[in-house]
Design a protein around this ligand. Structure first.
Ligand code: KIV
Length: 265
């Protein structure tokens, strides 16, 4: 059983790779959602740049800036007592130079209050190494990396060919060697995720990567049936239909106000 009281640290997640239970991660973007998920016992709250689509209504995560990430990270941290809060480094905040990556990662801890940052891509393990050397824990993210959507040619499954699978294994090993404390594997075949999970000493957190990773992450707006935009990934299990519940509640409110039955005298 996971300890429901003790704060979750990066080291807690590393122990879980050896002895379980599996690591649970959901995205959160505000204090209210963070408080609900934290109270439920989630291990990690990811302030994902997926907020670009589910909160801002953009068609990708590319418009998300550091200022937007800081604003939402601060809110999530205020609503969290136990979970580890990890904040995404948004598009171009870590790609220009390792120095700029350290500065931006540092802002997510110093101004945002996060305990760790997440960085997409495995081509530049030097950047991960530099951020970790500055004392900032880094979660890697490989496979379908949405900030690279225009290079990848869409949101399809990655690692299907032997060459692509071999490259992803190499990148996962490099990310681990660079000092990342965990790595997200998004939208890759389950057998490849299993292979990576066995090959790297750090926990793997899957999303659309099968059941054999050390943990699982979902975008909360997908998991709770809140997101009604154009693209909901096929692997996103809907655990509740809160969007429908909210629409029903809104219709009831509208009817009662129009009928004069709310508020009561
Ligand atoms: O931005 C995000 O929410 C993510 C998860 C999908 C892993 O990166």
């Amino acid at each position: 059983m996971a300890d429901r009281q003790r704060p979750v640290r990066t080291t807690t997640l590393q122990q879980r790779k050896q002895s379980g239970p599996k690591i649970t991660v959901l995205t959160a973007y505000d204090a209210t959602m963070a408080r609900i998920l934290d109270t439920a016992g989630i291990d990690v709250l990811l302030v994902g740049d997926s907020l670009g689509t589910v909160i801002m209504g953009e068609s990708s995560t590319i418009p998300v800036t550091m200022d937007i990430m800081l604003h939402h990270t601060r809110a999530v941290v205020r609503g969290t007592q136990r979970a580890l809060v990890v904040a995404d480094l948004p598009f171009l905040s870590a790609q220009i130079s390792p120095e700029e990556a350290i500065r931006n990662a540092g802002r997510l801890l110093q101004e945002g209050g996060a305990a760790a940052v997440k960085l997409e891509g495995g081509r530049e393990p030097r950047t991960i190494e530099a951020i970790v050397r500055a004392g900032i824990p880094v979660m890697g993210h490989l496979g379908l990396i949405p900030q690279y959507v225009h290079q990848l040619g869409g949101y399809g499954t990655q690692g299907r060919t032997d060459a692509d699978a071999a490259r992803l294994i190499e990148e996962a090993v490099a990310v681990a060697e660079a000092g990342a404390f965990a790595v997200v594997l998004e939208s890759i075949p389950a057998a490849l995720a299993d292979e990576i999970t066995k090959r790297v000493p750090i926990p793997t957190i899957g999303i659309g990567a099968g059941p054999l990773c050390d943990g699982q992450v979902l975008v909360s707006y997908d998991a709770f049936g809140l997101y009604t935009g154009s693209f909901v990934p096929p692997f996103a299990k809907v655990y509740a239909r809160l969007g429908e519940t909210m629409a029903d509640a809104a219709r009831e409110f509208i009817e009662e106000v129009r009928a004069g039955s709310f508020p009561a005298k």
